[in-house]
Structure formats: structure tokens, C-alpha cells
Design a protein around this ligand. Sequence first.
Ligand SMILES: [Fe+2]
Length: 228
Amino acid sequence: MSLPARFDLYAPIHKALRLFMTDTLQALGRLDLDDPQDFEAGLARLDALLDAAGSHLQHENDFIHPVIEARSSGTSTRIAAEHRDHLEAIAALRAQAAALRLQPEAAAAHRLYRQLAAFVAENFEHMDIEETRHNQALWAACRDDELQAIEGRILASIGPQEMSQWLRWLIPALMPGERAQLIAGLPPAAQAPVLASARSLLDDVAWAKLCRAMGQVGPVATPDLAGA
Ligand SMILES: [Fe+2]
């Protein structure tokens, strides 16, 4: 008999982050140094990813690690040290991107691509430890409603601009049912614009599945997407 799934603070946001990271890495790999628009768009996406990665680890430090440490001291030490390394890696990536902006050369673009690939690889291992060992500690320390309250505090600390950036990556990263749950859980005024952006991010099949799943999670403020 399988146990009921516990509330997972990490899973959805890490799916979004993995998609954001791999998508940005691919964009850097095919960067066209002779096309100013493509070049600037690739570097802007890298800037946005580095902002998101820095902000994400800060949320974990501020809202999740204290809960783990209160119950099992020392459990988050390794991950907290890795967060400090990530901040250094983010600063190094920003410096290398700034140098590339000043001097767009293929060798420098490839160095930046490799440096981001190494950062992504390290983050994939890191997120797996959070989703296993940290979740184990959180599930031992907290009931699901307490974990949901932590998520509520994290969400309340995020401004509208950062929130719409996360939703841009969360929506395509999640399964159809998870997308529907996410959108149904938003404040009513936010649902229509988020659905409109979901329509532009998803293909026709994924959009049809989302609409079906939305029907199962209850009424939402559906936007007028005729012809979208
Ligand atoms: Fe982390």
C-alpha cells in the first residue's frame, strides 16, 4: 500500500528552475554574435536566470532552512554552504557576460556557455539533495498545513514582477493537473491574465488538456481567448 504523497515545497519551483536553466543554456549555445537582437535576447535571458537563481536560494535560506535547523540542527549546513558557492558562481557568470557584451567573440561566448553548463550541472545535484534529504527533514518536522503556510510566506515575499517571471517558467514545466491546481490557487484577478499567458506558452494539445483539468479543479475567471 503506498503512502499518501506529502506536500512538496521544492518540486514545482525546481521544475521551473530546471526548465529555465536548460532553456537558457540552449539559447547561449546557439547565440548568434552577428545578430544584435538575438545576442541581446540571449544575454538578457541569462541575466533573468541569474536573478531568479539568486532570489530562489535566498527564499530557501530565509524561509526553509530555519525550519529544518529548529528540528534537526546541522541538516541544512551542506546546502547552505553550496548556496554561498552559488552566489559566487552567479557573480562570476555576470562578470563573464558583461565582458562578452563589451567584446562579442566566439571563444568568450563558448566559455560563458561552458561556465553556465557547469553551474546548471551543480544545481541539478544540489536540487536533488533538497528534494530528498531536506524534504525528509521537513516532513519529519512539519504537518502539510505547516508546509503550506511556509509556501504562503515565501509567495507573500515575492513582488508581482518576479511572480510573473516564475509563472512564465512554472506553467510549461508542470504536468496538466499541476498547472490547473497552480492557476486555480491564484487570486481570482490574476487567473485570467495567467491563463492568457498559458495559452501563448502551450501548444494546442497541452492547452486543451489544461482546459479539461481546469474544469476538474473548479470554476475560474476564464479570459476571452477566442481566436487565441
Ligand atoms: Fe537551493
